[in-house]
Structure formats: C-alpha cells, structure tokens
Write a protein of this length. Sequence first.
Length: 479
Amino acid sequence: MRPTPRFWHTVALAGVLAGLGVLAERPAGMLGGGVLGAWLLTSQYTALTEFRAVGERLDVTVDPVREAVVVDESVSVTASISLASPTQSRIEATVRTPPGAALDDDTETTVVLEPGETTATTTFTCSFPVAGEFDYPPVSVTIRSHNGTVTETLPVDADQRLRVDPRRPRNLHIGQGGDRVDAYGEHAAGSGPSGLVPEEIRQYVTGDTLDRIDWKATARLRSPHVREFETETDRKTIIAVDHSERMNHGPEGRTMLDYAREVGLGHARAAESFNDPLGFYAIGDEGITVRQRPTTAPLGYRHIRNALHDLEPTAVGEHSPADRGRDRLARPADARSTARRLAGDDSSFSETVSPFLADTDAYVQRIESDPLFEGIRRILAETDGQIWLVLLTTDARRDRIRDAASLVASEGGTLSLFLTPQVLFDADSMDDLSVAYDRYASFESFRRSVDRGPRTEVYEMGPGDRLDAILAARRRARQ
C-alpha cells in the first residue's frame, strides 16, 4: 500500500497535537494525537482487508472489436471492470496499449469504478503502423480506500492479442499455366495416405490401383502417371523467401515481395494448423538475413509470422548490376557444346574464347557464390531429416532457379517453388498484350521444365487481374 497526501497530512496533524500537548502539558493535545494515530492504523488495516477482497472479486477485460486488422487501420477496444458486489473503495483501471500502437485523438483508456458501483466501461481506438502480433500489457488497477488515506496498485493480465496484417496485395493468384490452385490448403505431407509423403512420379503400369494416379501429373504429361509414396518420418517444412532488391519490383503495395509474403504467411498458417515442424529463412542480396529453426511451439510459429511481416527488400551490395550481368555465364553443358563447335576454328575469336569455355569449374564457383543458391545450400545443410522447402522468389534468374531445384532434389528434399513472373510486374507490360503473352508463354515453358524435376512442384504467383487480362487478350486474338 502507498500512503496518499491525506495520510501524511493526518500524520503531521497528529504529531502537532501530540507535540503541543507535551509542550503545554495539556493531556487533551496528547490524547488527540493518539486518537488520530489509532484512526490511521485502523484505516490501514481496514483498507488492507478491503483491497484483498477487491483483488479476489475484480474482473478486468480488454476486448478489441476484431482479432485482426491491417496496418494503419483503427480498431475499437472496449475496457471494462466489474465487481460481484459493491465496495466503498474507488477503483481506477488504466489500459496500456502495446508498444508501437498510436492512440486516436481524444481517446480515454482509463476506466473508473466509483464507490457503490459494480461495473464501468470505456471504449478507445488505436492503430498500428507496423505489422505483427501484439499482446496488450497488463492493466494497471489502482484501488483507493474509502477515506482516501492509502492506495494499492496491482497489475491484471489483459490476456488479449491482436494480429496486425500488412496491407495485402489485391487479386492474389497462385496457379499453374494460368489455372488457380490451392497450393497450401492440404497437409504438408502431401495428398497421399496418412503417414506417407510423396517420393516420385512414374508412368502408370498394369496393376497400379486407381487411387494412386496423380491426376495433376497425368494432365500435365498427357499420359497416366502415379505418385510413389514413402513412410513419413520427421519431415520439416522450411519457408525460404527471397527479399533481395529485385523482389522490390512492382507498384507500391503490390510488389513481388508483397505477393511472396502473402503466400509465405499462408503456408505458415497451414503448417501451424497441422502442428507441423516449421522453419523460416529470408535470403537477401548478401545471403541469409533471417534464420528461424524448425519448431512446433506456438511462440515459434508466432515469431515466424512476425518475421514474414517485417520483411523489407535488402539493398544491393556487392551483387551490383555488373555482377548480375556476369551471371549470364553459360551452363557447363552449353559451354562444352560451344567449345566443340569452335574446336576446328583457328580464328582469333576462337583462340580468345576457348580457354574460358574449357574451364567449366568457373560455373560451379559462380553458382556457389550466388546468395540464393548458397542460402538454399545452407538450409539443406542445417536441417536434419526430411525437408519440404517452400521457396518464394522471382523468375529473373532462371538458370539459378534450375540449379537450386536440382540441388534440393539431389539432397533428397521436396521443393514447392513459387515464382513471380517478371511480366506481371513490369509497369509497361500491359501496353502490348501480345508481347506480354509471349513473355508469359516463355515463363510458362520454363515453369513446366522445372516442374518436371523429381519431387518438385512449381507455381506462379502474382496479380491475377493482370494475368487474366493477358490470357483473355490471347483468346480474343485466336478467335
């Protein structure tokens, strides 16, 4: 308990009376001081008893009108205090907003329960400039004794959490070849029997049962195929998001990274709903920037969601535009083919180029220095057991993507690759829909080629309205 100014004034008065009584040799003064002192002691005991009773009967609630809002959106919060029976004490509860929250003007966050009352309520509004999940701090409850001499302050857990989502990109499309699919609506173990995970796809042979046919692969490959399964052990889901500078492409609020973040959050929610081990890595221009090891703890899932919310594009460092130009170095097979064609050429051009084509180790060194490829290599090295890698990036560096898919398959992992087609994000891509379709067709050809790899599924993600416009224009042109 804390004494109030009235308590100290009373103490001072009792001391003055007692002092004057001693100096004047008047028993009445000493008696008056003793009476005031006894009254203070009795008041303190009475207040202590009452404070304990109030603490046991007091109910404090903090109730946001919604459990989730978007950044900068105001949310109304109702705070109330109640008692099973009235008390003579005055109760004041002050609600504190989570760090980073901004209160709207003329908003009152304090609830006052006057003596004799049993309920009191107030409503205030606040907003959040950043995305994430926020816990309301404990409510500060102050109880004042009926005679105003002492107070007691105690914290009461608000037990409320608010999720603040980033402003979502409109018309999110996830699909293959323009057809929308639900890429994370199923259990992470795949669509096979319980306890099994997809191993590989092969052609249908006599004796295979119909329930083993993979209809998506059958439609894609135009002949019956079945999916082989193996027993599931400790497979972990890893979400890896490319947030390099090249993902900062597109209109504000609808960049490649915005769409990648949204798809990543969808996978995180699906993994949590099935209690699957979930990890998260973010890869920027210089390599891995965020590392969250696989977890099934509720707090771990929350940290991953917050990390996704907080992602911003990294600045281009040593990987300058010149480096990206050199990234066009031929793949080993292409280099060897060109070297054979130049073998009988005695020109100065052939003499200059041939030494570079002969050294295919340069290609290996180049991909190992690529931040995205190196990040994936580290993810595979750091994760024990089976891994399902959900990789979200752009199609800007197709050779590197192909190499990454091959790496995941060679290490026994399963890859779900989500790509943002460059054509859907270029500002002028919709000026000529015929050219835009040719670019999308090139992307789709690349997507299918990677999708044929073992244990690999490749999806497109981006603004569905733009893709629909490109495909609709193509259909009209063919009519």
